[in-house]
Design a protein around this ligand. Structure first.
Ligand code: APR
Ligand code: ZN
Ligand code: ZN
Length: 360
């Protein structure tokens, strides 16, 4: 066991605290990782606000990279010294999704068996089974995806939001060369969907947001057209930019009924809508004639973690980053310390950043 500094949410709504925690030595199937960088994601704030579940105290942080420090006795997939991105989809290989060859839907993903605790022994609930606002964290070995060493702050973002966006386009939406794409909501996730669509060779790539700052970032990451939906009707604008038809793939990266409805009507016949924004439990589907669902054909999908398979997708995307084809640096709005997380939540809330990244 060792003691390290970490950031927790002790009770619902209270500011996060920097405390000392106990990290057990890795047991069978586990690894201890020395965290180097961890992005601040909406889900961390949702945990703090009690919006995910009530298992306080939470050890926050889950969008991270670092170096494996130690592994449990039977671990073969990673070794001490490996540079890894942490993932929250350590697939089991045995559930019905894994057995039918679709492990990105794995229904029984692995986390560490042992618990990290406060100094008094109170068990911590690590965010998404990771808990990486910590100098070191204990995870399942399968949560460590080995990649080529490179800038930790940039590639750590593949551990959650950026992968969610890229995957929503490429994995869930099936975006390929020549397809038209519209992305509604250009925060970190939406802009990543734009970058993924650009990587895939799609066009036009239409970015939609109510905030002009976000549209500038979207253009930097590969949008060919922008629509400010605070002043223009996005459905009309997207249709005009796609020969009057609508986009082949429309990605909703806000997580609200009204923007989902815009996505629904902004796609072409037989097109695909991908919902990657996360709605609250209170939100319901917008009023929609069922004949429109039937008559327009196509697919209405949701994308959870970009339907990614970390072992397949992380090394490939790191390779594209290192070759200058995927600008992950553009997602790092600022590098901060563990003591700055509350301020980063504020900036995230005000829409001032794509990502604040804690450097450890
Ligand atoms: N129309 C268009 N864009 C909107 C609208 C709207 N009605 N409302 C908000 N937006 C834009 C915001 O201006 C912002 O740029 O959506 C974007 C949301 O981005 P972020 O708040 O930075 O969130 P992000 O990290 O990108 O995550 C997007 O996915 O993971 C989930 O919980 C997350 O639901 C959130 C979504
Ligand atoms: Zn499985
Ligand atoms: Zn996240």
């Amino acid at each position: 066991m060792q003691q390290v500094k970490a950031v927790i949410a002790r009770t619902q709504g209270a500011p996060v605290e920097l405390v000392t925690i106990n990290v057990p030595d890795p047991g069978p199937g586990e690894a201890v990782v020395r965290v180097q960088a961890c992005g601040v994601c909406h889900t961390d704030l949702h945990y703090r606000e009690g919006g995910i579940n009530n298992d306080f105290p939470f050890l926050l942080g889950h969008e991270a990279s670092g170096i494996v420090e130690a592994v449990g006795p039977d671990v073969t997939e990673v070794a001490p010294g490996d540079f890894v991105i942490l993932n929250w989809r350590a697939v089991c290989g045995q559930c019905r999704a894994c057995r039918r060859g679709e492990p990105w839907y794995c229904f029984a993903t692995h986390n560490a068996t042992q618990k990290m605790t406060l100094e008094d022994g109170t068990e911590l609930s690590p965010a998404l089974g990771i808990g990486a606002f910590a100098e070191k964290t204990l995870v399942a070995a399968g949560q460590c995806t080995k990649v080529d060493p490179t800038r930790p702050a940039a590639v750590g973002l593949l551990g959650c939001g950026v992968m969610a966006g890229i995957g929503a386009a490429i994995n869930t939406g099936g975006v390929t060369r020549g397809k038209s794409v519209a992305v509604i909501g250009c925060g970190g996730v939406g802009v990543a969907a734009i970058a993924g669509s650009a990587l895939a060779g799609a066009g036009p790539i239409i970015a939609v947001d109510i905030d002009a700052k976000k549209l500038a970032a979207a253009t930097r990451l590969g949008a060919t057209h922008t629509v400010d939906s605070s002043t223009a009707d996005p459905v009309t604008a997207i249709r005009e930019l796609t020969g009057g038809f609508g986009a082949d793939v429309v990605i909703e990266a806000v997580g609200r009924p009204e923007t989902w409805k815009q996505a629904f009507y902004a796609r072409d016949l037989a097109g695909t809508v991908v919902l990657v924004g996360v709605p609250t439990p209170q939100m319901t589907l917008p009023d929609l004639p069922l004949i429109d669902v039937f008559g327009r054909g196509g697919a209405l999908k949701s994308s959870w973690y970009g339907d990614c398979l970390p072992s397949r997708d992380f090394p490939m995307l790191v390779d594209l980053y290192k070759r200058g084809k995927l600008d992950l640096d553009a997602f790092v709005s600022e590098e901060i310390r563990m003591t700055d997380i509350e301020a980063a939540f504020e900036r995230m809330h005000r829409g001032e950043v794509l990502r604040s990244v804690v450097i450890l």
